[in-house]
Each structure stands twice: as C-alpha cells, then as structure tokens.
Write a protein that binds this ligand. Structure first.
Ligand SMILES: [Ca+2]
Length: 280
C-alpha cells in the first residue's frame, strides 16, 4: 500500500471517529442512526421526543390521562348513602345509585318529575332535621308544577382552586331525556372573594344533548381560562330540569389543559357564557 493511500485511510477513520464522538457528545447513541429508529423518533409525540433526547432509548409511551381535579367525579366513593364531595342529596330528586356508562359502579341519579310542593315540604323536613324517607306521588298533566317545570335540580361539587392564566377542560357522561330546546347542562361556576365572601362572578355551561337510551360523553370544545374573569375557585354544577324525568350522570372530569392561541381568542366574554330563560 502506498503511503498516500495509508494517509487517506487514516484521515477517513479519524473523520468517522470524530462523527461518533460528536454524536455521543450530543447525547445520541450511534445506533439511533438506523433508519427505522430515526423514523420512529420523527413520528413520536412531544413527550416521547423529550424522553429520547435525554439519551434514553426511544420507545412507545402512553401518556397518563391528565389528573381529574374533581374528587369523586366518578361517584364511586360514598358515605352514609351519598357520594362524597357532592351535594345536596335528598333521596327524592337526587340519589346515589348503581350504574354508569360501563354498567358497573355508582353514579348520580336526578329525578325532576316530582311535584314542587312535595319537594319543598321534604326539603323543609330535612332542614329541620326531621329526615324521613319519602316516595314521590306519581305526576300527571302538563307537569309545569313539577321540579322540572320550576326550580330544576342542582348537584354541586366541592370547590376547586384555579391557577392564574391556566386553561381548564370539562367533560361528563350523561343519560336522560332531552328535547330540541331543553336538555341538561353541566356548569362550571367561578367564584372570587368579594367583601369577605365567595361570590359567583362567572359561569360556563356545557350543553348536553342527552338520550334516554344510551350514555353519551360531552365536553367543552376548547379549554377555558377562568382567571381571566377574576375567578379564584370553581365548582362543577350538574343541572337537570325540563323535560321531567330521570337523568343519570357519571365521570365528571375537570382538568388543566394548555390553551392554544386561537381557542383563547375565540373564547366568548363572561356575560354571554350565562344562560337565559329557565336556568339555575
Ligand atoms: Ca361511576
């Protein structure tokens, strides 16, 4: 072999070694240069890319679902016959029952087909500590004198603190009657401390076009930022009214989610988030 060829070979091997060293310095093992792994890395979601760039081998990672900020949003935990973290329960219009989208576990049941007078009398008894179990009188006629046609039924969660500038999402599973104009809603109501007490300053509904035949899951189209309206804490409120009937609710979820610029711009002002007409 001529000395010129030896020099060329030496130069080439040095270049190869330097490339390997550079790759190692960049935290990339050289086996990542294999086309299939490169491909997998390119297609990986951001969470997986981050993991791969710190030198650990890339592999499929299923991200855990974001933490649900509603304690007992699945209504599985209960005490003294009612689910913890929610209220009020009267066992005339609100019940903790077996069931849910999976057909297992527990869920919330709301019956709005109860005479308003009967419900008010029962509530008075409960308030006065004269609790007794009652069964409703079957309703008849136009039913405008029922809870459905008047007050509606609210079931409210515990308070949840929200962070400044943070986006949040809401979802829930429901089953029950609805019409073109009337259907149950799940609200996020926002509160702030004003003159020593928490006052409602904002609300955002989720309209639920329910079916009495099947469970359906509903969610907001995009995250909302409650702190934009001065909100310090929120409560989730399930609201059922017209048509009179039995509604079931389960898997209420409220979680932090990054807000993208377009959805933030599209968010409607607080005043138009409220409901008009029959509402809570
Ligand atoms: Ca459940």
């Amino acid at each position: 072999m001529e000395s010129a060829d030896v020099k060329t070979l030496l130069a080439l091997s040095m270049l190869v070694s330097m490339a390997a060293l550079r790759a190692a310095a960049a935290g990339e093992p050289d086996w990542l240069d294999r086309p299939t792994l490169r491909e997998e890395r390119r297609e990986a979601p951001p969470a997986e890319r981050e993991r791969a760039s710190d030198g650990t081998p890339p592999r499929r990672i299923v991200s855990p679902p974001p933490a649900n900020l509603v304690a007992n949003g699945d209504f599985e935990a209960g005490e003294a016959g009612v689910p913890v973290g929610w209220g009020p329960f009267d066992n005339l219009t609100t019940f903790w029952v077996d069931g849910g989208p999976s057909g297992k576990g527990k869920c919330l049941r709301v019956d709005t087909d109860v005479y308003l007078s009967e419900w008010e009398a029962h509530k008075k008894e409960l308030d006065e500590g004269r609790a007794r179990s009652v069964s409703k009188t079957p309703t008849a006629g136009a039913k405008y004198d029922t809870v459905a046609g008047t007050h509606g039924v609210h079931v409210t969660s515990h308070p949840i603190r929200v962070e400044q500038g943070a986006g949040y999402m809401l979802s829930a599973a429901l089953k029950g009657p609805s019409t073109e104009l009337f259907y149950p809603k799940v609200f996020v109501k926002g509160y702030r401390l004003l003159k020593g007490e928490m006052r409602e300053v904002w609300r955002a509904p989720m309209h639920c076009r329910t079916s009495p035949k099947e469970w359906r899951t509903f969610s907001w189209a995009a995250p909302k930022v409650p702190s934009r309206y001065g909100v310090q804490e929120v409560r989730i409120v399930v609201y059922c009214y017209w048509p009179p009937g039995v509604y079931e609710i389960d898997d209420v979820r409220f979680w932090r989610e990054e807000v993208s610029a377009p959805s933030a711009a599209a968010e409607t002002p607080a005043a138009s988030e409220g409901e008009t007409g029959a509402g809570p």
